[in-house]
Design a protein around this ligand. Structure first.
Ligand SMILES: *[C@@H]1O[C@H](CO)[C@@H](O)[C@H](O)[C@H]1NC(C)=O
Ligand SMILES: *[C@@H]1O[C@H](CO)[C@@H](O)[C@H](O)[C@H]1NC(C)=O
Ligand SMILES: *[C@@H]1O[C@H](CO)[C@@H](O)[C@H](O)[C@H]1NC(C)=O
Ligand SMILES: *[C@@H]1O[C@H](CO)[C@@H](O)[C@H](O)[C@H]1NC(C)=O
Ligand SMILES: *[C@@H]1O[C@H](CO)[C@@H](O)[C@H](O)[C@H]1NC(C)=O
Ligand SMILES: [Zn+2]
Length: 539
């Protein structure tokens, strides 16, 4: 995608660069016998500037300035605006290679960034900002294939009704030839998680399936295998059902979600044996593109013991994503920048994930391809997604050791202790797979993080604890066009960036008292048990 990123090996081994340097200065007499790498032969002045104080939390926190963060947020918004010609509004959604090509064709001679659009410009910005930090980090790019879906048009008619809650699942294929299909509604037995739940008359008809037990993707696939021309998954509870089929398979059929309210009367009729003639129509496209994670790891510090942290570089298609997750991405960038004033004992690895909004694609890919010995070098992973919601609460993921790899709870307590020390309130929120920590946890790596709230509603108690407005979303612009520079509360963003700095400084200096990783804690990916994988329901 971006030529100059190519050929960088993500697993590039990290050298004990600054350590070796320090040693070279102290014992020049024996340098040749020690086979000091070429880089140690820099002039002494340059070497001296590399002898930095060991990172400490007070100084790293004090280096965090809100002006720097806000300046970065403005840049990010201007990159989102580059997507306007294609999307009609600012966004930093992944993909759009086609647009990239078109831009390249038309605007090849103009300013450097004009041929990038929102997300690629974001990647370029992060990459070049780290690149400028004078070799403090080993920087790499990890390209990976990603699936993108667009639903252009859809309609569902059940009997004579057009149910209001009918919603095409994300990553659904279109109906045959992108044309309406007709059929009787066929009630599938149980939750439709087994081929035997599908009666033979589902063939050529529309499967009507209860939510639960297995993923929406599994149901759609089984319906397709049974010959259904479309599928409807209805909610077991009240409320609409907006989910994703996740990874596309050839057996998936056009699939809608339906609310429990709309499903009730239909179910009654089907159970009485009524025949309900229906029409389903989805015009959609599912395509494969390439996008990339960016990883920066300190050259200094023990490379066998890394503290890792991540935010996501992409936004949803609907808006510029300055709070989600511009705030987290920029927090990482600012902490990474300030960290260069210090030396570290342990390696610090920053990640900017792509495709989080499409289903945690980047972080899943990263952990999936990580060899076991590399997995074991990551002592913990800290997730920073949405750091400054306008109607914020200071939320800490309730990552306990009982339900997660050993160490998760120690990290949770580090956040709690810090908020307490600052005299700030916090709440615990479920650690249920809604952000990029998911793959780490499922592969045995302790994890946790903080957030400030998405589409949840602030309670009366929380209004007293944090200010803001009860009865409204924590982020009223969540996944919308108005998630712009004005949608970030600077008080919350500054507080949380200092806390991120604290978490980095703490583990960069020492893992004392933090549980060791061991072979026993690396397990093969656990079965998906959470209802979420990213912000979309999967089950
Ligand atoms: C489909 O088959 C099932 C099970 O044999 C039956 O109960 C149901 O009435 C049939 N539906 C239609 C529309 O024919
Ligand atoms: C945190 O999670 C544990 C289970 O791991 C649960 O027992 C506890 O009630 C949770 N706390 C909150 C406040 O949700
Ligand atoms: C913390 O919450 C309590 C109510 O539980 C409230 O009285 C107090 O003012 C809050 N503290 C801050 C710093 O907002
Ligand atoms: C941020 O939130 C605090 C507490 O609710 C509020 O006092 C302040 O005005 C907000 N600031 C911005 C810039 O929105
Ligand atoms: C993990 O186990 C393998 C063999 O099963 C062993 O060679 C390796 O040293 C172990 N690594 C750690 C960190 O215990
Ligand atoms: Zn997010």
């Amino acid at each position: 995608m971006l030529g100059r990123f190519e050929g960088v090996d993500i697993m590039a081994s990290t050298r004990h660069w600054s350590r070796t340097l320090l040693f070279a200065v102290l014992s020049t007499a024996t340098a040749s016998e020690l086979q000091i790498p070429l880089v140690a032969q820099k002039p002494l002045e340059a070497v001296n500037t590399l002898i930095k104080p060991l990172v400490n939390t007070e100084d790293l926190q004090a280096s965090i300035k809100i002006e720097n963060l806000v300046e970065r947020a403005k840049s990010l918004y201007s990159y989102a605006e580059l997507s306007e010609p294609e999307y009609g509004h600012p966004t930093r959604v992944i993909g759009s290679e086609g647009m990239y090509q078109r831009y390249k064709f038309k605007l090849i001679q103009t300013a450097r960034l004009t041929h990038f659009i929102g997300h690629t410009a974001t990647l370029e910005y992060i990459y070049s900002a780290i690149e400028k930090l004078d070799g403090y980090y080993t920087l790499s790019k990890q390209p990976f294939p990603a699936v993108m879906g667009n639903v252009y048009e859809s309609r569902l008619v059940i009997g004579h009704e057009v149910p209001k809650s009918a919603f095409p699942m994300s990553l659904t294929p279109p109906t045959t030839n992108k044309q309406p299909v007709h059929g009787d509604l066929i009630l599938v037995a149980n939750e439709g998680c087994d081929a035997s739940d599908y009666p033979s008359n589902v063939t050529g008809n529309i499967a009507f399936i209860l939510r639960g037990k297995c993923s929406f993707g599994a149901k759609s696939q089984l319906a397709g295998k049974a010959g259904a021309v479309a599928a409807i998954v209805y909610n077991y509870a009240s409320g609409p059902l907006s989910g994703t089929l996740e990874s596309p398979t050839p057996d998936h059929v056009a699939t809608f979600g339906l609310s429990g309210e709309d499903a009730g009367p239909i179910l009654e009729k089907l159970k009485k044996g009524d025949v309900i003639d229906s029409i389903a129509y989805i015009d959609s496209e599912v395509k494969q593109i390439e996008t990339t994670n960016i990883i920066a790891q300190t050259v200094g510090g023990d490379p066998d013991n890394c503290v890792m942290l991540g935010g996501h570089s992409d936004s949803v298609a609907e808006g510029p994503g300055i709070n989600d997750d511009g705030s987290g991405s920029l927090t990482l960038l600012e902490v990474a920048t300030q960290l260069t004033k210090f030396s570290v004992n342990n390696c610090v690895r920053f990640a900017w994930w792509a495709g989080e909004e499409e289903g945690l694609l980047g972080s899943d890919y990263y952990v999936e391809v990580l060899p076991k010995e590399e997995n074991l070098k990551i002592r913990l992973f800290m997730d920073y997604d949405m750091m400054g919601s306008p109607n914020f609460a200071y939320q800490v993921y309730n990552a306990t050791n009982a339900a997660n790899p050993e160490g998760s709870e120690q990290l949770r307590n580090l956040y709690v202790d810090w908020y307490n020390e600052q005299g700030l309130n916090h709440t615990f929120i479920p650690f249920d797979g809604r952000s990029d920590y998911d793959a780490f946890i499922r592969h045995g790596i302790p994890g946790g993080g903080i957030a400030t709230g998405a589409e949840g509603v602030k309670t009366k108690e929380e209004e007293v604890m944090f200010g803001g407005k009860a009865g409204e979303w924590y982020d009223p612009c969540y996944h919308q066009l108005c998630d712009d520079v004005g949608n970030v509360n600077s008080t919350a963003w500054l507080v949380n960036t200092k806390l991120v700095a604290h978490s980095v400084a703490t583990f960069a200096a020492s893992f004392k008292g933090f549980p060791e990783r061991s072979n026993a804690t690396v397990f093969e990916a656990r079965e998906q048990s959470a209802k979420y994988h990213g912000h979309r329901l999967v089950l």
